[in-house]
Design a protein around this ligand. Structure first.
Ligand SMILES: NC(=O)c1ccc[n+]([C@@H]2O[C@H](COP(=O)([O-])OP(=O)(O)OC[C@H]3O[C@@H](n4cnc5c(N)ncnc54)[C@H](OP(=O)(O)O)[C@@H]3O)[C@@H](O)[C@H]2O)c1
Length: 414
């Protein structure tokens, strides 16, 4: 495999960044493909004389559905059939006919796989289709693949290039997938909403709604990107939230709704951290469609007679002096047992602070409403006891956006 930077591309390869950029856009057209990575593929017939022609495009929409490469091959055959005036293949995304025109190049955001899961190996699909060249933007961290897809392609005489300037964007697309495979824990985002003076509710607890409809719609999109929404039992007891995915509130186009059908029919797991087993069967978070999972301490609620409507999992406590479930063990189990790539923490001041103080938050998202709730309002986080400024928890600001009337700040722990 040859590694190339954009500045090292020759005249024939000049349009490669444009095709890879398109493949990244296609991959990003779904909120998630979890537990699989989001992958896009563009197949091009490169022709210096007649001009390049895009033959087909594809992307992966979710586990059990075609991977990006066979999807793009099928699209290429559909387009070719249409150009010939033939009736397009009935199941357009799964054409049986395989050979691509000689000299075709595939631009793929992730190294093609070489193992058989729910679908066949993509490297084999490309080889059988007669691809001549494959350009990738990132290697697959999955130990079942890692380098194996590249080796299989090269062994079959396919040229493989790594376009290294796209590696950051390609990894960002799948930061949860990379996190789960490389760190054995999901990528964790923590979302909070507060007033201008850092309060989340009035002293009497009234907090509905601090931020506007646009910010709440934006939070729906954050939920659509994650595989598990984690909250604390106190939020459930105080607010009885449903924590569901509501596509109708996301302001999506008909095309975005259609592309994300798989996501919406497979919503994120709703997770409640509930050390003492206080979650009731009638809580809205339990009753929504999809899975609801509660973590409790070993032994807590064991005498409960009736089986509950939600799944329970026992977790150890953080340490002997702590009577609350250990957050690393919760993340470990969500990554290992549920293959969660991304987790969204939507909790109150106590649990959010625990995640941050434990260094388990990879991205903090704060919505700031232009309102003052007063100094007797409830604080954003339950963090106290800092004596020196040098003990302050520090963040780098990634982005600042205006969402309706509110400000959205995205930060990374320093
Ligand atoms: N502004 C916002 O963005 C936002 C978001 C969500 C909620 N809220 C508000 O927050 C309020 C509730 O906040 P809260 O701080 O009382 O509750 P919380 O943070 O939602 O839940 C805290 C509870 O989680 C459980 N927990 C389990 N393991 C834990 C661990 N390792 N570390 C910390 N907690 C753990 C504990 O109860 P057990 O010991 O019983 O397990 C703990 O009391 C609600 O009124 C809600 O409206 C605000």
């Amino acid at each position: 495999m040859q590694t190339l930077r954009n500045t090292e591309l020759d005249v024939q390869q000049a349009a490669w960044p444009q095709y890879m950029q398109r493949a990244i856009e296609l991959a990003g057209s779904v909120f998630t493909a979890a537990p699989n990575p989001r992958v896009g593929c563009v197949i091009v017939k490169e022709d210096a004389q007649a001009g390049d022609r895009v033959l087909g495009e594809g992307w992966h929409k979710g586990a059990g559905l075609p991977h990006a490469e066979p999807d793009a091959i099928a699209d290429a055959h559909c387009r070719a059939a249409e150009a010939r005036g033939d009736t397009p293949v009935i199941d357009s995304r799964r054409a049986q006919e395989k050979s691509l025109p000689a000299g075709s190049t595939a631009f793929v955001t992730l190294e093609p796989c070489c193992h058989t899961g729910r679908t066949g190996p993509c490297s084999l699909a490309l080889i059988e289709a007669g691809i001549e060249r494959v350009v990738i933007a990132s290697r697959d961290p999955n130990p079942k693949v890692s380098g194996g897809g590249i080796a299989a392609l090269e062994a079959a005489g396919v040229e493989v290039f790594f376009l290294s300037d796209f590696e950051d964007s390609a990894r960002r697309l799948n930061r949860g997938f990379f996190s789960r495979l490389e760190r054995r824990r999901p990528f964790v985002r923590c979302k909070l909403a507060m007033s201008l003076d850092g309060r989340t509710a009035l002293a009497n607890g009234d907090s509905k709604w601090i931020t506007g409809a646009e910010a709440r719609s934006d939070v729906q999109r954050l939920r659509a990107e994650c595989d598990a929404i984690v909250t604390g039992i106190e939020t459930v007891l105080a607010d009885d939230p449903s924590m569901t995915l509501r596509p109708e509130e996301m302001g999506l186009s008909p095309q975005q709704l259609e592309r994300n059908e798989h996501r919406f029919s497979n919503p994120p797991i709703r997770v409640v951290l509930d050390s003492q087993a206080r979650l009731s069967d009638s809580a809205k978070i339990v009753l929504g469609s999809g899975r609801c999972l509660a973590y409790r301490l070993n032994g807590a609620g064991e005498s409960a007679a009736a089986p509950s409507r939600y799944e329970s999992r026992f977790a150890p406590s953080a340490n002997v002096s702590d009577s609350r479930v250990s957050l690393p063990s919760v993340l470990d189990s969500l990554a290992g047992l549920d293959e969660c790539n991304e987790v969204l923490v939507e909790a109150g001041a106590t649990l959010s602070a625990s995640f941050i103080e434990a260094g388990l938050v990879d991205e903090l998202i704060v919505y700031i409403a232009p309102k003052l709730l007063g100094s007797d309002g409830r604080p954003l986080l339950g963090i106290s006891g800092l004596d020196r400024l040098s003990d302050a928890l520090e963040f780098d600001v990634n982005t600042v956006e205006l969402i309706g009337a509110d400000i959205k700040v995205t930060l990374r722990p320093r």
